[in-house]
Design a protein around this ligand. Structure first.
Ligand code: KG4
Ligand code: ZN
Length: 353
């Protein structure tokens, strides 16, 4: 069976065809994965402008889907289902994908599968690496989320911690903005950090000892927080600029020092969760999993403890439709389909099953 996946939750219009392989250890193969990025449009504004994003999705969606079918060498009659990101995300952007997917499923007589965006990110890990040894701890780290999930059975995700304020990717984007490095900030900070001294500035990481009043069901000590670090960077940059303009080396040092704290926090908390829950493997998904230091450090930490760690390819780290198609296939095989009257949901919960 082949599934057409559609992703329009933020500023990438993407469509992909993913098919089943019949191999339980590596269940899916990517036939195509087309991504039309809107970065050039939003860069001018320093961040994603929701209204511009949804309008561009409308312009791009038909061609992107057609290209995904052409690249895969298939027609509508070769598909078994249509999977689409139903939420969370920018509601106007989500609506374009959801409306297109509903219309396509109805016209082609195919089942529709609504997919949670984070379930898609999580699926990028087995899509690239094959099924993980379970139980697994999954770190989902993107522009909108920074959370740890316990995966005991395939396709079921138990939230064990999350950020209390900014997501890690959001902190990258804001630090880049302060330094005048443009949008999106993650890739450029990652690149500059490689030329910097990561202990030039010693910022502390945040650690919680108590539960969050808004989430008393979580113990809270594995939660993340990045807004204090972001403010510390801002204060440092402001004070330094009063003394004169920042040199290229200053900027690289700030990027490296910031990145050291973010990555250290992510890696240590992920492995604290791995130990606590006796997980047999660790996965990292979401846009920040493209980060070179995070990829290297999590692997080194895992190797030292003999815990296998898995990251998606860089292309599968950031938003794409192949991960949505794979998550849709998993849901479909578990007996789930969506009604044709589903709506885009900007705050869709990642349902526990
Ligand atoms: O998963 P994603 O494409 O979209 C969301 O669902 O949010 O993640 C985008 C985020 C942005 O904040 C971007 O700056 C960050 O991922 N990102 C990175 C890197 N590449 C993308 N952060 C750090 N290092 C990178 N190499
Ligand atoms: Zn995403």
């Amino acid at each position: 069976m082949r599934v057409l996946g559609i992703e329009t939750s933020c500023d990438e219009t993407s469509a992909a065809v993913v098919e089943e392989t019949g191999d339980a250890a590596r269940p899916w193969a990517i036939r195509s994965n087309v991504i039309a990025s809107q970065v050039a449009i939003h860069r001018e504004w320093g961040g994603v402008v929701p209204e511009l994003a949804s309008r561009q999705h409308v312009r791009d969606i038909c061609l992107v889907v057609e290209q995904a079918l052409v690249d895969a060498g298939v027609g509508w009659s070769d598909l078994g289902a249509v999977a689409v990101t139903q939420g969370p995300g920018l509601v106007g952007s989500l609506l374009v994908g959801v409306s297109f997917a509903k219309a396509a499923a109805a016209a082609a007589g195919l089942p529709l599968i609504g997919v949670h965006h984070l379930a898609g990110h999580i699926e990028s890990v087995p899509l690239h690496n094959g099924e993980l040894p379970l139980p697994a701890i999954m770190l989902v780290v993107s522009g909108g989320h920074t959370s740890l999930y316990l995966v005991q059975t395939p396709g079921s995700y138990e939230l064990i911690s999350r950020t209390r304020d900014d997501a890690a990717g959001e902190a990258y984007d804001k630090v880049a903005k302060m330094l005048g490095l443009g949008y999106p900030g993650g890739p450029v900070v990652d690149k500059l950090a490689r030329q910097g001294n990561d202990t030039a500035v010693r910022w502390p990481g945040t650690r919680f000892t108590h539960a969050d009043r808004n989430a008393p069901q979580l113990k809270g000590d594995l939660d993340f927080s990045f807004s204090g670090l972001k403010t510390a960077v801002l204060r440092h940059v402001t004070v330094r600029r009063e003394q004169g303009p920042l040199s290229e080396q200053d900027v690289a040092d700030i990027c490296a020092s910031f990145q050291r704290v973010v990555v250290k926090t992510l890696v240590e908390r992920t492995f604290a969760a791995q130990q606590r829950y006796g997980a047999r493997s660790v996965g990292v998904a979401g846009g920040v999993s493209a980060n070179s230091r995070l990829r290297a450090d999590i692997k080194a930490y895992g190797d030292a403890r003999e815990i296998p760690t898995f990251v998606p390819s860089r292309q599968l780290s950031t938003d794409n439709a192949a991960m949505i198609a794979a998550a849709g296939l998993r849901r479909f095989r578990q007996g789930f389909t969506s009604a044709l009257d589903i709506n885009a949901d900007a705050a869709l919960p990642l349902v526990l099953r």
